[in-house]
Design a protein around this ligand. Sequence first.
Ligand code: MV4
Length: 504
Amino acid sequence: MFKKILIANRGEIACRVIRACRDMNIKSVAVYSDADRDALHVRMADVAYFIGAPPSSESYLRGEKIIEAVKKSGAEAIHPGYGFLSENADFVRLAAKENIVFIGPAPEAMEAMGGKISARKIAIEADVPVVPGTTEPLETYEEAQRIALEIGYPIMLKASAGGGGKGMRFVETAEDLKSAYETARGEALASFNNDEVYVEKAVVRPRHIEIQIFADKHGNYVHLGERECSIQRRHQKVVEECPSPINSKELRRAMGESAIKVARAVDYVGAGTVEFLVSDETREFYFLEMNTRLQVEHPVTELVTGIDLVREQIRVAYGEKLSFTQEEIKWENHAIECRVYAEDPENNFLPSPGKITRLRVPQGGGVRDDGGVYEGAEVSIYYDPMISKLAVFGKTREEAIDRLRRALREYEVGGIKTTLPFFREIVEDSEFISGNLDTGFIGRFTERKKAREVDEAARDLAVIAAVLANAGERKTVSNESDKTQQTASRWALAGRAAAHQNRM
Ligand code: MV4
């Protein structure tokens, strides 16, 4: 086995990988920027190398700096985590030139799945269902018009290089096409330096369900089931679970087989995720894209299958065969994960950097917290403000939700704002509890929350009005006007205080 691995990442995922290394008696090497001198991953690793200034472009994205650290440290392999260089084919080639093992797929597989149009073509050739639409970039607006009419509105315009919803437009009718086409292309060019867009038929109320796959260098392919990731805010996942509330044996097997077909088509090696849209009405599924990395939400799959995905990544990269067969994979229990961010849910989820003055992490049965910070640590403005992933499991989805409520109640973070209060509301939401999850969930949830707050404010006002009116009446019947007025204003104050408390 490898003796030393460099982790080309930071935050919780660097800590997660360091833990796997330690479990396997492999030495870990961290890299860090100026902003991360005191970061948890640096403290946890066996050794750490400084790689540059705080902006990612001057540190965690500098391939040559990281290769230099690998050579100095004597590490044999690089674990890229997610984000940063994890899907950068040129970086994989740079490592290969220096005889360093990249823990992930070959650069060709990465490139084949890098563009959405290219990925769609591969899926179609592999006989995997895709959403009806084009397999070439649109040349002109007129072409978009013709195709949209052919497949029927509503449609989606998507940037081939897209991600995070950039360059993506939902188009309801033909009237909206022209401006949507132009803004999608403009946004794609500005964001990805590539203005290729294509058309897909819009799936109504889709669910986002993805399949975890794994392959070794000996041609063995397995799938580890699905993750439901339909709860997203601005195209960022916030809650993920396994199994999907709409899981059935048949759907899992069909989606799993399709995912493996896509992976085989590019000779995939390692951990990968194949994303699908699933129609909530018909349960039909359509290939969306493949992510050629370990995903943020991998813990829910680990909790349900009992497989350590990072350990398996390391074994496979070393050349070992998968440690399990498809038949040996069993799905037990139900797991749910919340991404805890240093963001203010009361202020449009604005990042809330700063010093963590207090940290109490939930513990006990069925709880796993993958964190990247400690009490006293700083949350920097330079990177993604996710501070931890709180994952729980229970025998059933209901039990998992109860566990999640308990864990969220135990969780305390001081000094910065976090998304914990937002999750405490989600776990009480009737649609969430019933598993009625689709891509419109957060929108509807936010509307319900607003309506509730308006209701509460109206009720508080009614209480205050009633108290004041009552005081006014008493004033007219009695003649102790001074005393009554004092009583009335005290009641009004109490009313306002109660109203205020209600909203906390
Ligand atoms: C779609 C879609 C409906 N129809 N594609 C793709 C990337 C993801 N970030 C948003 N995507 C969507 N693609 C077709 N043909 C609806 C969405 C979508 C969505 C998907 C999953 C989770 C949340 C979402 C929120 C808005 C739109």
